[in-house]
Design a protein around this ligand. Structure first.
Ligand code: ADE
Length: 233
């Protein structure tokens, strides 16, 4: 890996990474700041894309076109979709699906994008494996899971909606950017992985839990990204 693009949706997800960088050049495009430089000596571009799938897709495409990144890492927080995945734990994507893509009226399975020949965008296997090992090393006190990330332009905070996501799409966690980044990376044949720390359980307590646990969860991802870069180089 020569240069990794690292995308977080919110300031809290990228602030610490930006602080740790050296030799930084900032480029603005599409109202986003692309911070190119070194993170622990490794070439990276760190960017806050903003919330939601459109921002995330635009950002990932700019990283490919303008910065020639050869790997994309999406870091941030997510809602857990499984009882055993607790607040603070990490989910590493095996693949990613748009849970709000719904063309069932024309015979497609929920989540399937018509005229694209995969259902779920597969994360890079080496990045997954290295991330899981890195996570166990730097965050030994939490659990790390490998599984499907579900993305949609919705904050999930209802146990009924959550059950549908689990039953129909087999998700491990839900957030609002990963599948758009995965799709963009897949279309461009660039490897990607999504790293998400759990901030809430995507149920009726999510709106209360999220603001309390967001910071702690985001921190778990920062330490993981640092270690992953070290191990991938
Ligand atoms: N990000 C963190 N928690 C989330 C949730 N419950 N739904 C969507 N995105 C999230």
């Amino acid at each position: 890996m020569k240069k990794a693009g690292i995308i977080g949706a919110m300031e809290i997800e990228v602030a610490r990474l930006k602080e740790m960088m050296t030799d930084v050049t900032v480029t603005k495009k599409a109202s986003m700041e692309f911070n190119q430089g070194l993170l622990n000596g490794k070439p990276v571009v760190v960017v806050q894309c903003g919330i939601g799938k459109v921002n995330a897709g635009i950002c990932a495409q700019i990283l490919v076109d303008d910065f020639q990144v050869d790997a994309v890492i999406n870091t941030g927080v997510a809602g857990s979709l499984r009882n055993e995945i607790n607040i603070g734990d990490i989910v590493i994507s095996t693949d990613a699906v748009h849970h709000d893509m719904d063309v069932r009226a024309l015979g497609y399975k929920k989540g399937q994008i018509p005229q694209i020949d995969v259902f779920a965008f597969p994360a890079d296997e080496t990045m997954q494996k290295v991330a899981a090992e890195a996570c166990r090393e730097v965050n030994p006190e939490i659990q790390v899971f490998s599984g499907r990330v579900l993305s949609g332009d919705q904050f999930i905070s209802d146990h009924g909606v959550k059950s549908v996501l689990v039953d129909e799409l087999d998700g491990f966690c839900t957030e609002m950017e990963g599948a758009a980044i995965g799709q963009t990376a897949w279309l461009n044949k660039v490897p990607f992985v999504i790293l998400r720390a759990i901030s809430d359980k995507a149920d009726d307590s999510a709106s209360m839990d999220y603001p309390v646990f967001e910071r702690q969860a985001a921190w778990h991802c920062v330490t993981l990204v640092e270690k992953l870069l070290e191990e991938l180089a």
